[in-house]
Write a protein that binds this ligand. Structure first.
Ligand code: FE
Length: 292
């Protein structure tokens, strides 16, 4: 059975200010309605003019109950966390951080040679069984992300599989697909996606015709799809570049508050109490926390 997905909704990202004053384009934000389950947030950092001021970044802050996924194309982000990791996420690098039961981290952008900072952060939910799990940090450098060229499409495979080539990010609860997809003009590309999974496409360069209905979409837009088992994109006279992201919904209640997404309001209160008492960070001696 082949049911191509059609475009259900196209939204234009809204400017938002986060961290210690970082201007970004936000297209999904955590909501109790959880309409994009398992995806909670999608931010696009794109700044390049000195008028945008000094780069302040995201000083040390907590996360619990989610995974944060950072992918950089220009410039870099310096990361430090309570697990002891310190890493520079540079152009083409990806970081998949599972906050689990509790982590503190710092994310500080740095301009590249071009002066630009261009990257993305996605938040993926965790199921209730993993919200108290041991945090995990995975840094993937650009050379470990395979590139597949196929019929005019150039695909960086971060998570998922293209023609038997598997991306380096595996063993994630949401069973994600994450492809950085570039299409030349007059090109068609289709990709099998599991039925029932949530599929989003973030178009950030050029324009293309998305879905079986060939909806015209131009940068910069976030696209949501109907259910089905095939994703399709086509170009005419312009190239297009997009992130194709898919994941399995957990179908659980989501209670988001700032950097936490839990299943109940009581768990949000517990996160604040933990921060106050100094018991926030995952600790195997604390019986509330589970092994990952
Ligand atoms: Fe963070």
């Amino acid at each position: 059975m082949n049911t191509p997905r059609t475009v259900k909704e196209i939204i234009e990202p809204q400017m938002a200010m986060e961290g210690a004053g970082v201007l970004l384009r936000r297209s999904i934000s955590p909501q109790a309605s959880n309409l994009r389950d398992p995806f909670l947030l999608f931010d696009h950092f794109a700044f390049n003019t000195p008028a945008e001021g000094p780069i302040t970044g995201f000083p040390m802050h907590p996360h619990r109950g989610i995974e944060t996924v950072t992918y950089m194309l220009e410039g870099s982000v310096h990361h430090r966390d309570s697990l002891g990791n310190a890493d520079l996420i540079g152009p083409g690098d990806m970081q998949w951080m599972t906050a689990g039961g509790g982590i503190l981290h710092e994310e500080m952008p740095r301009r590249g040679e071009s002066g630009n900072i261009f990257g993305f952060q996605l938040w993926v939910n965790l199921p209730s069984t993993l919200k108290w799990s041991q945090p995990r940090y995975r840094g993937v450098s650009a050379e470990d992300i395979p590139t597949v060229e196929k019929d005019g499409a150039i695909i960086r495979v971060i998570a998922g599989e293209v023609d038997g080539i598997r991306g380096p990010v595996t063993e994630i609860a949401a069973d994600p697909i994450y492809l950085d997809l570039r299409l030349a003009p007059d090109t068609q590309f289709s990709y099998p996606v599991p039925s029932g999974h949530t599929v989003i496409a973030y178009v950030f360069e050029g324009s293309g015709l998305l879905g079986a209905d060939e909806s015209p979409v131009s940068a910069t837009s976030m696209v949501f799809f109907s259910d089905g088992d095939d994703f399709q994109v086509k170009t005419t006279d312009s190239p297009v570049r997009l992130m194709l992201i898919a994941g399995a919904p957990f179908k659980e209640p989501a209670v988001p508050y700032g950097p936490f997404v839990m299943n109940t309001q009581a768990e949000i209160m517990e996160a604040f109490n933990d921060l106050q008492r100094g018991t926030f960070i995952w600790n195997e001696a604390d019986p509330r926390f589970k092994q990952g």
